[in-house]
Each structure stands twice: as C-alpha cells, then as structure tokens.
Write a protein that binds this ligand. Structure first.
Ligand code: HEC
Ligand code: HEC
Length: 282
C-alpha cells in the first residue's frame, strides 16, 4: 500500500497543532432518537490503520448534540421537503416517485449501505444520484436533477435515512474493482498548489487541528451532511470539491468519473460505520 508522507511544505498555509490526536477516545455515544450509531469500527483490511471513526466524533459537543435528535437536526427540514417532492407529479408520464415505489421511501432501506455499486444493466458503477436520475428520466419523463443540487441532496438524504444505523458495506471487488482502484489512486495523488493528497490530511493527520477545524478521517457515512457553514445539505462530491479547492487544486467535476471513483473508494474506507444521514457538520 502506498503510504504518503505527512504534511510538509503545505503546512505554512495552515495552522496545525497536535495534542488531541485521539479525540475519539473521549467521544460520547451517538444515539439518534434511540437508534444507536456505530461511530467507530475496525478498519477494513486494505487500510493501513486500526480503527475508523465517523466525522461526528471530531466535532465539538454543540455540533454533536444537533445530530442527537431529529427535532434539533436542521438537515431534517430538507428531508421533509423531499417527502413532499416524493409525492409530487412531474414529467411527461404524469407520475411521482410514489406512483411506482408503492412502499414509500422505506422500500430503499439498506440501499445507501451498498452505493455506489456496480449496475449490471448499465455496465458501470452507479451512485445513488444515478439511480434517482435514471428513474426521473426513463420512468417519469422528467428532467434529471443536478448532482449536488438541493432537490437531489434532499432526496438522497430521505433515501439514506431509511438505512440509518445500518453499517456501510460497499463492494470493492468484482466488476467494481476497476473504479475502486482509480478512486484509491486519486486518494493518494497530490494535487494543487499545496501539493497535497486526501490521505495527507485524512489518513496521516486526523485528530489534528487545521485552522479552526479538527481534521476527521474524511468519511462519507454521514452524507448528505448539513453544514453549519452554508446552512444546507451538501452532497459527498461537493465536499470533495471543497477539499480540492482548499488545497488550491483544479477540482474534478461533480457528477464526473473521477469523483464517482473517489466516492466509491472513500465509502469503502468507511465500511462498518453506520449510515447517519443527514449528519450535522461544520
Ligand atoms: C488540507 C487538508 C485536506 C485535504 C488535502 C483534504 N481534505 Fe477533506 N477535509 C478537510 C477538512 C479541514 C475537513 C472538515 C473537517 C473534517 O471533517 O475533517 C474535511 C472534510 C472532509 C469530508 C467530510 C467528513 C465528514 O464526516 O463530514 C470528506 C468526505 C473529505 N474531507 C474528503 C476528502 C477527499 C476525498 C480529499 C481528497 C480529494 C480531501 N478530503 C482532501 C481537509 C482536507
Ligand atoms: C414509473 C415508475 C417509477 C417512477 C415514477 C420512479 N421510479 Fe424509481 N424505479 C423504478 C423501477 C422499475 C426501478 C428498478 C427496479 C427497482 O429497483 O425498483 C426503480 C429504481 C429506483 C431506485 C434504485 C433502487 C434499487 O434498489 O436499486 C431508486 C433509488 C429509485 N428508483 C428512486 C426513485 C425516485 C426518488 C423517484 C422519484 C423522483 C422514482 N424512483 C420514480 C420505477 C419508477
């Protein structure tokens, strides 16, 4: 396994301070309205680390508390809006999601734990967004939603909620292996003016303060995430985009093949962590 070195030249651009490296050891238990969330798990075999942690573990107590019941979680407002959207007729076929998915969003329990995943008919790895847009275009005769847009993030949050508490379990072998390998390569590739890889921050330095933020392992089990910074739900690929901009790299495009590969790889690094959706983050 490639192992990147720790932050070096780039440090000058940030304020790093250690001393709280094992934040996780002091973390309270996350239980959301009685559903217990696994915020730590043994690391998957392919990782050169022992334990994996949800980003929730690294947030301050006030932010953590917002996620402990749905009444306080501002992300749930967007889930409520998505529930209205679920029943809204759109497109040339005169259908809503509810017209076909008769059991309601509950039909999708468990789906979030295994996406992105290989879609045999399409002959490609599909994200949740791909599935939703396929239904919109092919079955409803409606316009696809923008990946990372408000409608899509709300619907993905509604679908993710049906898997809350279930462990992430994306497949990385078989036909998904090629996409996964690209994701792994990108994760360890240095980009941008700061010449940094995802791994430099999220594998080598998690627990460390960077500016006013504590670095997490950059896990995706909490997405879509409500960010206090922009007061809305954020899709996982938009988060990748933000991280690339922070290292002054030209980001890949949201909805493009590089971020999809990265999404699968990052999801696999979190196999074993519970789906939180929607989470609350800085
Ligand atoms: C300069 C350090 C740095 C680099 C490099 C970096 N990130 Fe981040 N990332 C952050 C910070 C800071 C945050 C916000 C605090 C946290 O959760 O770590 C963050 C957050 C995240 C999150 C959200 C985690 C959560 O639970 O909310 C994900 C996912 C993520 N990064 C993925 C990536 C990926 C993929 C790459 C490579 C393309 C990358 N990051 C590169 C600093 C970095
Ligand atoms: C005209 C019928 C129809 C409508 C309307 C429709 N879908 Fe679907 N959808 C299907 C069919 C058929 C499939 C493939 C079989 C399956 O998995 O249910 C599917 C698959 C899916 C899947 C993947 C499920 C899986 O387990 O692989 C998701 C997610 C989904 N639809 C979401 C939606 C959403 C969200 C809407 C509304 C925006 C919607 N669908 C509207 C018929 C429809």
């Amino acid at each position: 396994m490639k192992k990147v070195t720790t932050l070096c030249a780039a440090i000058s651009a940030f304020t790093l301070s250690t001393g709280f490296a094992n934040a996780a050891a002091h973390a309270p238990v996350l239980s959301i309205d009685g559903v217990v969330i696994a915020t730590s798990a043994p690391a998957p075999d392919f990782l050169d680390m022992d334990e994996i942690f949800s980003g929730w573990v690294y947030r301050i107590a006030e932010t953590q508390a917002l996620q402990m019941n749905d009444f306080d979680n501002p992300g749930m407002i967007f889930v409520d809006i998505a529930l209205d959207t679920w029943n809204r007729v759109e497109g040339s076929e005169g259908k809503s999601c509810a017209s076909c998915h008769l059991a309601g969003p509950e039909e999708f329990a468990g789906l979030r734990t295994v996406t992105p995943r290989w879609n045999e008919e399409a002959g490609a790895v599909w994200s949740m967004e791909d599935y939703v847009n396929y239904s919109r275009v092919e079955y409803m005769g409606a316009e696809p939603w923008k990946v990372g847009g408000a409608d899509m993030n709300g619907m993905v949050a509604l679908i993710s909620l049906q898997s809350r508490g279930m462990p992430m379990n994306v497949a990385i072998d078989g036909p998904a292996a090629e996409t996964w390998a690209l994701g792994e390569e990108l994760y360890f590739t240095r980009f941008g003016q700061l010449d940094m890889a995802c791994a430099n921050c999220h594998e080598d330095n998690y627990g460390v303060m960077i500016r006013a933020d504590r670095l997490s392992q950059g896990q995706s089990n909490g997405f879509p995430a409500y960010r206090l910074k922009n007061a809305k739900l954020n899709g996982i690929q938009s988060r990748f985009l933000g991280c690339m901009q922070n290292i002054r790299a030209t980001p890949f495009s949201v909805g493009g093949p590089e971020f999809l590969a990265l999404e699968l790889y990052v999801a696999s690094r979190g196999n074993g962590l519970s789906v939180e959706g929607p989470s609350v983050r800085n």
